[in-house]
Write a protein that binds this ligand. Structure first.
Ligand code: AAO
Length: 510
């Protein structure tokens, strides 16, 4: 009896690591700053049919309206009303319904560490008109008062985080001047849990917890323990929400990602930073070194990691990761990075989907990195339009619709659960590996051509490369690869190819 209770307890705890994606789907996409109505349409017309597991959405809670509408305003909450430039509650519910109905789940970015900055002022310049007075620490829409903030607890001289080496300052003081909520208070925990439970009742599958490093792991746990199970219209009984915490731990800091494993998964920021170095061939790195990619690179355990090549911060020089981070601006290298990530078994994967902005560098810093999403003169966000060639218009980049990336999302679904196999490298930047007998990928990131015969582990047959093209009906619009009875195939990849890599899998057999 006692033993079964223990198992029950372990079962309930471990559930927050499970992304709750539908069987056969393995990745989510961050549709940064998209409107709810565009996400609903994208689920139905693209994400569902192409095997995406879910969407991370921008914060849904009411936020401060800032001059020129920078994207950052979404991280300055004013209340927990579902009411932002992305849409209202009705549109939000419609999105969740329509996405869930095509097997694509919604993951909400939740800002619970803080409210607006202390300099936000007084008034109702918020996306739903809720009154706030940042000086008096008053947020009527929740409501919060000065009693609900951490000022008395913060011991730094400025009230902000003066030293990241002081774990107390990081948790108890203001991050970037944002009013730090007193998460030790039952009242505050309840207000946040009520908001999350409201989202759960609508049908979301989980949460990204923004700025988790700035909250005590125990406070986060106290909120999570108040959360309901997921809505049984779409999820099995007793399903816990998926939790992934944004903790930037590049190693050597005072706060370690592992402190947060008890609550759910954690963002692995080393992943994109290190892979960026390898693919850019900086610091003497080469792709051959990727043979033991994963925990051996000082990453967290695979079943605790949420991995990504870039995120909405480090693609524009915010957050952490530095210059090595690959983004859509370096599209050729970016596709290789995302391709490698989606082929490799480590971690739960998230791909980024961005909007364009005109970068303008002054002394190495992009002075336009504040710019918000494509918007109309009245401040409303522009619709995501779809061009005849399936790419997006209105300055939406839609990396997730790039053929190479979309096809690698499918590749990951096809090889799910298969072991990392048949590694090969030339000691430099030509590498290949397979996933059991389901898929095989090969890269040429050297400055010379490649012509090699390798064991793919795949059944004999003719395969369509899903990078240079794809299988359409019985045709292949890209390179064709013949696998022999023994599982061997010849690969020729020019170093000047538009995409110097090839990927084949059993669902793209001709
Ligand atoms: C804006 C203005 C501020 C203003 C504030 C209030 O920019 O000047 O004071 O409003 O009025 C976003 C924007 C912020 C914006 C904020 C609110 O990025 O610029 O502030 O909305 O509008 C830290 C946090 C991490 C956070 C990241 C940006 O730990 O949680 O900063 N990310 C999330 C969101 C992000 C959002 C917020 C949090 C706030 O994803 O979009 O902010 O809701 C070190 C630390 C990291 C720290 C970085 C950057 O990293 O370790 O924890 O991230 O510094 O401060 C090497 C080191 C590495 C180091 C890195 C960068 O790589 O190894 O450890 O350098 O220095």
């Amino acid at each position: 009896m006692q033993l079964s209770l223990l198992f029950l307890f372990i079962g309930v705890c471990s559930a927050h690591y499970n992304p709750n994606v539908e069987a056969g789907r393995t990745s989510i996409v961050h549709l940064f700053e998209w409107r709810w109505e565009d996400i609903a349409a994208e689920c139905e017309r693209y994400l569902g049919p192409n095997g995406f597991g879910g969407v991370q959405i921008s914060p849904a809670s009411e936020n401060l309206i800032m001059t020129n509408r920078p994207w950052e305003e979404r991280y300055q909450p004013v209340s927990y009303k579902i009411c932002t430039r992305s849409g209202n509650e009705e549109e939000f519910s419609d999105m969740v319904n329509r996405c869930n109905n095509v097997g694509v789940h919604i993951y909400v970015d939740v800002v619970m560490n803080h409210m607006t900055g202390y300099g936000a002022g007084v008034g109702t310049s918020s996306t739903c008109g809720s009154y706030f007075n940042s000086g008096a620490r008053e947020f009527k829409g929740v409501p919060y008062s000065f009693l609900d903030f951490n000022e008395y607890k913060c011991k730094s001289s400025s009230g902000g985080i003066d030293h990241y080496s002081d774990a107390y300052q990081v948790r108890d003081c203001q991050l970037l001047g944002l009013l730090d909520l007193a998460l030790e208070k039952d009242y505050v925990r309840c207000k946040i849990a009520d908001y999350l439970n409201h989202l759960i009742s609508i049908g979301v599958a989980g949460f990204r917890l923004d700025a988790s490093k700035h909250m005590w792991p125990g406070d986060i746990k106290a909120v999570i323990s108040r959360l309901d199970n997921l809505n049984t219209t779409w999820f099995p009984n007793d399903t816990r929400p998926f939790i992934y915490q944004e903790v930037i731990d590049l190693g050597g800091g005072t706060i370690s990602a592992s402190e947060y494993f008890g609550n759910g998964r954690v963002t692995e920021f080393k992943y994109g930073a290190k892979l960026g170095n390898v693919i850019r061939k900086w610091n003497g790195e080469k792709m051959a070194y990727l043979k033991n990619w994963g925990e051996d690179w000082a990453f967290m355990p695979s079943d605790r990691a949420l991995v990504f090549i870039d995120n909405h911060d480090n693609q524009r020089g915010h957050g952490a990761g530095g210059a090595s981070i690959l983004t859509f601006f370096d599209s050729q290298l970016y596709k290789m990075g995302v391709g490698f990530m989606l082929a490799h078994p480590y971690g739960f994967t998230r791909v980024m989907s961005s909007y364009q902005w005109p970068r303008y560098f002054v002394n190495g810093k992009d002075t336009n990195n504040w710019m918000g999403p494509p918007s109309n003169a009245n401040g409303s966000i522009k619709a995501v339009t779809i061009n005849a060639d399936t790419t997006c218009g209105n300055d939406w980049v839609c990396e997730h619709r790039w053929r190479q990336i979309k096809n690698m999302i499918i590749f990951r679904n096809v090889v799910d659960g298969q072991s990392f196999a048949n590694w090969w490298d030339n000691g430099s930047n030509q590498i290949a590996f397979g996933r059991g007998n389901k898929g095989f990928i090969i890269f040429n990131n050297d400055d010379w051509n490649m012509d090699i015969k390798l064991n793919t582990g795949l059944p004999a047959g003719l395969y369509c490369d899903v990078i240079s093209g794809q299988k359409e009906g019985t045709d292949c619009t890209g390179k064709q690869i013949t696998v022999s009875i023994e599982g061997f195939a010849r690969f020729q990849i020019s170093n000047t190819a538009e995409d110097p890599f090839v990927a084949i899998h059993v669902n793209a057999k001709l």
